[in-house]
Design a protein around this ligand. Sequence first.
Ligand SMILES: [Zn+2]
Length: 108
Amino acid sequence: MSATAQKCRRCDAVLFPARLLCPGCGGDDFGRAVLDKGTVEQSTTLSDGTVMATVLPDGGPRLIARIYDTAPGGRVALTHDPAAGPGHAYVPIPDPASPAAGIPQEER
Ligand SMILES: [Zn+2]
């Protein structure tokens, strides 16, 4: 399961995290963009061993994700599934049922 982001239907800007208004055009009509893969830019290891990274998705905005076994420059599959494991970057989102997740109900 790929990660998703909010996509402005007026100007096609891809936004993550979700916004109430598009910062590009001021629009408030959003759809969904699928973020399949991305490139790890930088990573850091927390005191508990968790590795966090900045990831630049293909066609999406830079985001922060938990990674497992990928060095900077490496490719990862993006997911909202915390159990996905190695080869993936876990991108947390609010409860998908929440309007704050930015995904229109009919597209979930
Ligand atoms: Zn827009």
